[in-house]
Design a protein around this ligand. Structure first.
Ligand code: SDX
Length: 376
């Protein structure tokens, strides 16, 4: 038996109609539409409709979908009070994973995973998740919790609950574009996790909580926080070369670079670079962008030949910082968006489910006699 490549590299483990990636050419499409077109022209609500229904909505369909999502901003039961009792030192990704799991305790039928029930629960989690993150951030800062405003878009409502004021149109648009860019991306680790869990016909809460756990990892969604930590470590643009070369010499991975599939520029990074530059100029964070650009230039010189380019996490760090988000909220932002992709793949998996159960190559001994403990 030949073992699959390590990390299942190159192994096709599912079919999907949602996102197409050409890693060599650096192409990403959602249901055939180029990601750059969507980031420039669509909204996160419209993008979720596209991913879940495989078509762009009409005006009335979008209005109905947005209204349905906004009804699910407010948390059920006494979840709000429970968030107010959490340790203020808890990490936001652990809070999100825990509270999404806790949502199942308030659901009278938590295990229902027929298509309609799974979609309903997924839409609930998509609506609740921003409220969970914003409530916790206000709680840990000792600020009054701001209840969601169903008159606001997904992007505006989150920033409003977080900051206590409505975002500027520029910040709302920037955050909305980030949500579009992070929504879905083929069979990445957290999406694969979702499909693996739901393939046992387990429940939506277990599948999404598991995916949040996967996304937190620094090799996956946690990289955007790693990028920000790296940028904060570098005193000035003049120090970039030394820091990057030292890291490469130690075989450290440069956060925000490299990708299992893209061996070219991640098309999401293309858009985020432009957005990061504009926001940095608008918010007095030009040095952040300049350091990022300098890192990119040195990495191009050193490792582009190995197909290592900026990925989605590299410029999203500067973008999130300029939007005013605290560093440890960066990965939760990735999760708020990717819940839509995870849910879409969960629904696809349920349409034609077969339990995921690969094999392992046994490399241990055979025929070993049992030795009584007295003789060990
Ligand atoms: C996301 O899968 C997805 O689609 C994920 C994602 C999504 O939308 O869901 O796109 C989001 O997770 C983006 C990736 C974020 N992670 C990071 O930025 C962390 C830093 N990147 C690396 O850890 C790495 O590039 C991975 C994990 C992303 C991919 O790793 P692979 O495919 O397992 O490649 P590898 O680790 O085997 O590296 C191959 C070579 C090695 O050199 P050699 O030993 O062959 O000499 O490339 C080198 C690596 O050292 N390399 C890097 C590097 N990434 C790979 N060297 C320096 N810095 C890096 N970032």
């Amino acid at each position: 038996m030949t073992a699959a490549p390590k990390g299942l590299e190159g192994v096709v483990a599912a079919e999907t109609e949602m996102s197409f990636i050409d890693g060599e050419k650096g192409i990403l499409e959602y249901v055939g539409i180029a990601i750059d077109d969507l980031a420039r022209n669509s909204s996160f609500e419209e993008t979720v409709f596209l991913l879940w229904n495989r078509k762009l909505p009409t005006k009335s369909e979008l209005a109905a979908f947005s209204a349905d999502l906004r009804k699910r901003y407010a948390l059920p039961g006494d979840m709000k009070q429970r968030i107010s009792t959490l340790p203020k030192t808890a990490q936001p990704m652990h809070v999100l994973r825990t509270m999404v799991s806790m949502l199942s305790l308030f659901d009278p039928d938590p295990n229902a995973n027929d298509a309609a029930s799974a979609r309903e629960k997924a839409l609930n989690i998509l609506g609740y998740a921003p409220t969970i993150v914003a409530y916790f951030d206000r709680h840990r800062k000792g600020l009054p919790l701001i209840d969601p405003d169903p008159k606001l878009s997904f992007a505006a409502n989150f920033l409003y609950m977080l900051n206590g004021e409505h975002p500027t149109p520029t910040m709302e648009r920037a955050f909305d574009a980030c949500m579009i860019l992070h929504a879905d991306h083929g069979l990445n680790n957290s999406t694969f996790t979702t499909r693996v869990v739901i393939s046992t016909l387990s429940d939506v809460y277990s599948a999404i909580s598991a995916a949040i756990g996967s996304l937190r990892g620094p090799l996956h969604g946690g990289a955007n926080e790693g990028v920000m930590k790296m940028l904060n470590e570098i005193p000035s643009v003049g120090d970039v070369r030394r820091v990057v070369e030292d890291k490469l010499a130690r075989k450290d991975k440069i956060m925000g670079f490299g990708h299992r599939v893209y061996k070219n520029y991640d098309p999401r990074a293309t858009y985020l670079k432009t957005l990061a530059k504009k926001l940095a100029e608008d918010t007095g964070n030009v040095s952040l962008y300049e350091k990022s650009h300098a890192i990119e230039q040195i990495m191009e010189e050193k490792v582009a030949a190995k197909g290592i380019y900026p990925n989605v996490d590299f410029y999203s760090a500067t973008t999130y910082h300029c939007i005013g988000l605290q560093l440890d909220l960066f990965t939760p932002m990735f999760a708020l968006s990717r819940i839509s992709g995870w849910a879409g793949h969960m629904l696809e998996q349920l349409e034609g489910n077969r339990l995921y159960r690969p094999k392992a190559e046994y490399t241990g001994p055979h025929g070993v006699a049992y030795t009584a403990i007295e003789k060990r």
